[in-house]
Design a protein around this ligand. Sequence first.
Ligand code: 8X3
Length: 252
Amino acid sequence: MNKIALITGASSGIGEACAHVFAREGYSLILTGRQSEKLEKLAEALNIQYNTEIAVSVFDIRDKAAVSHNLEVLPEAWKKVDVLVNNAGLSKGLEPVNLGNFDDWDQMIDTNIKGLLYATKIVSNWMVANGRGHIVNLGSIAGKEVYPNGNVYCATKHAVDALNKAMRIDLLPHGIKVTAVNPGAVETNFSNIRFKGDTERAKKVYEGFEPLVAADIAETIWFVVSRPAHVNINDLTIMPAAQANGVTFVRK
Ligand code: 8X3
């Protein structure tokens, strides 16, 4: 069998772009997410374009029993995962902390932190058994800084930053590489979800400068994963040329 990459949140955005890049590079893929139809369509397209072998696993990453069950029922051959891309994550709301919404907070914490941990525990155990692997955690500039109204989203990405460092230490003896890739502004559905379908407000985020696109991040993840065996990139922050940090942009 080819090398295998498991990508969470693979039905759109950075996850989908990673699926394309890893398929192009000859990997077999396990695509996970909630949206069965989109995942099946993507799998079909990649199979036609690259002849990629693909397993689709549909679950809500917030549901730990569902994560365990759906991953553990995969055939043994699929558990030889070389690369785990912990991509599933979202931002919901952008309000001062006193005006925040409990459901939004739960969704971000349950997905970005707890879901990432559920997938990591299972797949890292497979990697330990295989004696190899590479985990790529999708962080954010929001995991390096805190910006106005970012409160809980920033906290979840700071948690990813901490977990990335912790995984690097804990998995080191097992020969498993661990990397965080931390993007600034990437134009995907991210802001639409953050602003709950307010497309006008979402569009404004990317106005007046050239944001990153999902493929920029996927190619960077591929760069990280394709380094020689003796190289590990621990932490990589990638920004649009027009964005210096969480809040400083040059807009025309
Ligand atoms: C996405 C980038 O700046 O909206 O994580 O937090 S930002």
